[in-house]
Design a protein. Structure first.
Length: 319
């Protein structure tokens, strides 16, 4: 709740805003994300997931901040299995060899629960527009099935200003596919058996590539999504590992040169009279050029330098 109090004295108006913050919020309302405030990167190897066989707890945005792990019919399933590929039960998987902390994020899909999707939400908290995002990862196969068809994890992205948007396995609407970032299973059936996804023959390194056409305005989000599709003849145990996301935040070049236009009036302190719509300050280099409305200063000004061009005029009114 906001309470506003207004105090007025000698023509000056002050507004004090008192903001009451509720401390007990639903965790799903705290829309966590990776911040892109300056040029940087995010790396995730999923080794914080449990290596203990059996059922483990998963919470979107909390177990691994910024990461989601959902399916189409049941949404955010709250458990995952730590597995080496031998378990045939459908569900989320933290794949890895038995007892090893090296984990990968994946799962076994079915027509009952629908495709799995997993991904990351990033937020542009900079003051500029981000147009350079690159992604790479390793795709791993931990199980085969009776299917003789190659199966894949497809990559998509979505840009939105909505902080509440979460991941589902639906890629209709404004999701954009990037097929160069798809992972296709190295092995096919027939034959249902466990595989070692760390073996070079069972994995593929998807080299870091720049996603074309990215435009992320300041204050907007980009969602990167991997979708594990269903095969009616049996799902392969596919996973992602060693995800790298790089981004470049454009440098903001401070404006130091200020040129008088007199577009609106002769008032120095009116931003509409300056070419960059900003009033000069202590670090400003000011240029006065010929204009129909000459600048008039009625108060003290503090600038770095002043140049008056031919035809230009600066009037100081000390009255």
């Amino acid at each position: 709740m906001n309470r506003n109090r207004v105090f007025q004295s000698d023509g000056f108006c002050f507004v004090i805003v008192v903001l009451t913050v509720l401390s007990q919020l639903n965790p799903q309302q705290c829309y966590a994300q990776i911040e892109m405030k300056e040029t940087g990167s995010h790396f995730q190897n999923f080794n914080s997931l449990s290596k203990t066989e059996g059922t483990n707890s998963w919470v979107d945005n909390q177990t691994i901040p910024g990461w989601y792990w959902q399916c189409s019919s049941l949404g955010a399933i709250s458990t995952y299995f730590s597995d080496d590929g031998t378990n045939i039960q459908v569900g989320k998987r933290a794949y890895g060899t038995t007892g090893d902390t090296d984990r990968a994020m994946g799962g076994l899909c079915s027509s009952t629960i629908g495709p799995y999707c997993y991904g990351i939400k990033l937020f542009n908290s900079s003051s500029g527009t981000i147009t350079n995002i690159s992604v790479g990862y390793t795709g791993e196969q931990w199980r085969n099935s009776a299917s003789v068809n190659p199966q894949k994890i497809s990559f998509y992205y979505k840009i939105t200003a909505d902080p509440a948007l979460t991941f589902t396995s639906s890629t209709t609407g404004t999701w954009v596919a990037v097929t160069d970032l798809d992972f296709v299973s190295p092995k096919t059936g027939p034959g249902s058996k466990a595989l070692n996804g760390n073996d070079p023959s069972n994995k593929q390194i998807i080299n870091v590539i720049s996603i074309p056409g990215i435009v992320i305005p300041s204050g907007s989000y980009i969602l990167l999504l991997w979708r594990d599709q269903i095969d009616s003849n049996g799902d392969y145990g596919l996973a992602i590992d060693d995800v790298t996301v790089n981004w470049t935040v454009p440098a903001i070049i401070p404006v130091s040169s200020f040129t008088w236009t007199g577009a609106l009036s002769s008032v120095w302190s009116d931003s509409g009279n300056w070419a960059n719509a900003t009033i000069p300050g202590p670090d400003s280099d000011v240029e006065i050029v010929a204009a129909a409305k000459k600048p008039v200063c009625t108060e003290n000004i503090n600038i770095k330098s002043l140049v008056i061009r031919n035809g230009g005029l600066l009037m100081i009114d000390s009255s």
